[in-house]
Design a protein around this ligand. Structure first.
Ligand code: HEM
Ligand SMILES: CC(C)=CCC/C(C)=C/CC/C(C)=C/COP(=O)(O)OP(=O)(O)O
Length: 298
């Protein structure tokens, strides 16, 4: 009895470690943006397309995150925020972690190829390689612009959702990509300010390490202002209506307020609070775009 309880506790721990490799909360938000992309096209998607595309994109995003855990294990062990991670700690060895990552990625690709369409499958593979290889292996270690350029991979999901349903590119989907692309720098740099010493210790050239905290705060503020302008575009081009306009103005006003406070009246937790707000900001923004799309303005 005691032995079987101990075995099942170990099983739960192993399962938790593998689940953590997929960065589930990040992937959840990525999937929200992809699903919103699916419902914004002119045609109503079939339940099978929505399910298959969500599963395929989710598996590949989780696979990308697991590859990142393997490739970054030596960096992760040096940083307080990430030192507990399963591969960094050796609780999951490199080979099974990589096998898990490749199995997730390959099955996601197969789902997209077989049940969705080839365009979405190859674009999702490009995003996976963009994050897991171009960003993780090269950009992250090479330049403080790492997350700006690498952010394109994380910004792709609304386009992936869109092409899953329509089979083609559309300017409106690219606007959604632009929103996440502009959102990523203040999202990440707010956290990087809070965790500057982590990155310095791991010798990763994040902006607060290479250019200082004051300069990074200015960049956060400027990007939140740019984001506020980019968020107007769906309304300007007639893709979204007044409910979106009002809601996004309020969300962006709050984000700019956090960035302003971070620059001019910071407390010890302001950077972390700004980072946390960025996540709520993106989540509510995409909920709002979808809700607005379903409102009948007559
Ligand atoms: C290159 C682009 C990005 C970078 C460098 C970045 C960086 C980070 C980092 C370092 C964290 C902290 C993770 C942790 O403590 O484990 C984080 C958290 C988070 N990011 Fe990003 N991020 C990027 C793009 C995105 C995108 C595109 C999304 C979703 C659309 C996203 C959603 C989230 C969420 C939801 C969290 C909170 C995770 C949690 O609480 O466990 N990020 N991000
Ligand atoms: C297929 C597809 C849609 C791919 C999406 C790619 C993806 C999972 C993007 C998330 C970006 C992310 C969590 C970056 C974290 O940076 P980091 O890895 O430097 O942060 P860390 O220090 O927490 O590991």
């Amino acid at each position: 009895m005691a032995r079987s309880l101990a075995l099942s506790a170990t099983g739960v721990r192993v399962w938790r470690d593998y689940f953590a490799l997929t960065k589930p909360r990040v992937v959840a938000l990525i999937l929200l943006t992809a699903v919103v992309g699916m419902f914004l096209t002119d045609s109503l998607p079939s339940p099978l397309t929505v399910l298959a595309a969500t599963l395929g994109i989710g598996l590949m995003a989780g696979g990308a995150a697991a590859i990142n855990h393997v490739l970054d294990r030596r960096i992760d062990i040096k940083m307080a925020r990430t030192h507990h991670r399963p591969v960094a700690q050796g609780r999951v060895a490199t080979a099974p972690a990589l096998a898990f990552a490749l199995a997730l990625s390959a099955s996601g690709l197969a789902v997209l190829l077989l049940l969705v369409n080839a365009l979405t499958a190859w674009l999702t593979l490009a995003s996976l390689l963009g994050y897991a290889v171009v960003y993780t292996v090269w950009l992250k270690r090479a330049t403080p612009q790492n997350i700006v350029i690498g952010g394109l991979a994380g910004a792709m999901p609304p386009l992936l959702g869109w092409t899953a349903v329509s089979g083609e590119f559309h300017g409106h989907a690219l606007l959604l990509v632009m929103i996440i692309f502009t959102w990523t720098p203040p999202h990440f740099w707010a956290l990087a300010i809070h965790r500057r010493d982590d990155y310095a210790r791991a010798e990763i050239p994040m902006l607060p390490v290479t250019h200082g905290i004051a300069f990074t705060k200015t960049c956060v503020l400027l990007y939140t202002l740019l984001l506020s302008l980019v968020c107007l575009l769906p309304w300007v081009v007639g893709m979204s209506g007044p409910v979106y306009l009002l809601g996004s103005l309020l969300l962006n006003l709050r984000f700019v307020q956090w960035a302003w406070r971070l620059k001019f009246r910071p407390g010890p937790q302001t950077a972390l609070q700004c980072f946390r707000f960025s996540i709520s900001h993106l989540m509510w923004l995409f909920v709002l775009i979808l809700a607005d799309h379903w409102i009948d303005y007559g």
